[in-house]
Design a protein around this ligand. Sequence first.
Ligand code: HAM
Length: 429
Amino acid sequence: MSKSLQAIRGMNDILPDQTPVWRYVEGKVARLLDNYGYKQIRMPIVEFTELFKRSIGEVTDIVEKEMYTFEDRNGDSLTLRPEGTAACVRAVLEHGITGGGQVQKLWYIGPMFRHERPQKGRYRQFHQIGVEVFNLDGPDIDAELIVLTWRLWGELGIRDAVKLELNSLGTSEARARYRAALVEYLSSRLSELDEDSQRRLKSNPLRVLDTKNADTQAVLVDAPKLVDYLDEESRVHFEGLKARLDAAGIPYVINPKLVRGLDYYSKTVFEWVTDKLGAQGTVCAGGRYDGLVEQMGGKPTTGVGFAMGIERLILLVETLEQIPQELARQVDVYLCAFGEAAELAALALSERVRDQLPNLRLQINAGAGSFKSQFKKADKSGALYALILGDDELAQQVVGVKPLRGQGEQQTIAWDALAEHLATCVVQG
Ligand code: HAM
């Protein structure tokens, strides 16, 4: 195939054999969030570039080198959203739905775009399910976000493979004091830092804590610790969160180096990580961003949220072989009809059955064909039963119900009794 007809590197098609897993995972998350009282919001995929620069931070990897930015026909600089928080804040502000202290518990799902180097678990178009909560400032809501993800990991069968890492970044004033101390210390050992960390020291010093470079990590051992600079308010908040996680029986580790790659966080930050996916081990991440709404031009409004990467979640569910067996079967019954008259009757009959059993997954044969070819298709569809309607059945107003997966003998059932019969023998998906 010529190059112009290929998908863009790092942007994947999700083919029909994969979509059942996607719908399974997305369905589980959507139901869970409904049950916890979160409401869905849908934002555009494209926003003004300025929005991301102002919220995520000018000196972050995302804004510096990963955004898909272009000029539209009006000459406006637009960007494919690299994440959802900025757009969600923009939307609640624009529509005034967090004004006057109104609480909003929101979630969204959709594609995000970052020009990163593609590899397993890291793509240029990927999908997130995100949650954002506004105007609740206590540790109870931070805990709820973590508790509900913990429940999700249980439902998906991946709980044993993920670990919760927690940290508190403090208020922006506390962080500024810490940043000054860190810069002073790292500057005194500048020559021992790797090149990237030297650059970050000038632009975004907290990100040096994130380094993978062993020499820089060695320098960091004696660096000032964020926890020693935490303000009282953030310390109490963090203790409150830990107490709730303890009460809920959720294990966690404190990772003092966890700073996150986006600038808007304050107080709580957390990541759910796994060692089962290689280098791209963070399946879900988030934290508090109490200053962001104000920074974007709104009244002081606290915020906290997280986003999970759907591709990574699915990879993990697959790696741990936690995909339910029943997902493999997408058809319950397959209706075979032989001859024009039987086909007409089959269409009417199938619609009657659908009226009576709205959840039945009934596939009607299209394209006619011999007994042999229709049975082959019925079998390949994965259906539990083939329904057979030929001239004899038509004359007697019955159908043959032939089990395809070794569950007993073929039976003959009257049209009027078919729905009732299928209701007893097919577990509806
Ligand atoms: P983030 O850490 O940039 O945070 O992304 C959240 C999650 O999205 C990651 O943990 C990962 O699972 C997934 N992800 C990120 N980049 C990629 C990629 N290139 N390929 C595949 N998956 C990826 C945020 O986006 C924040 N908006 C989260 C948040 C919401 N904080 C508060 N509210």
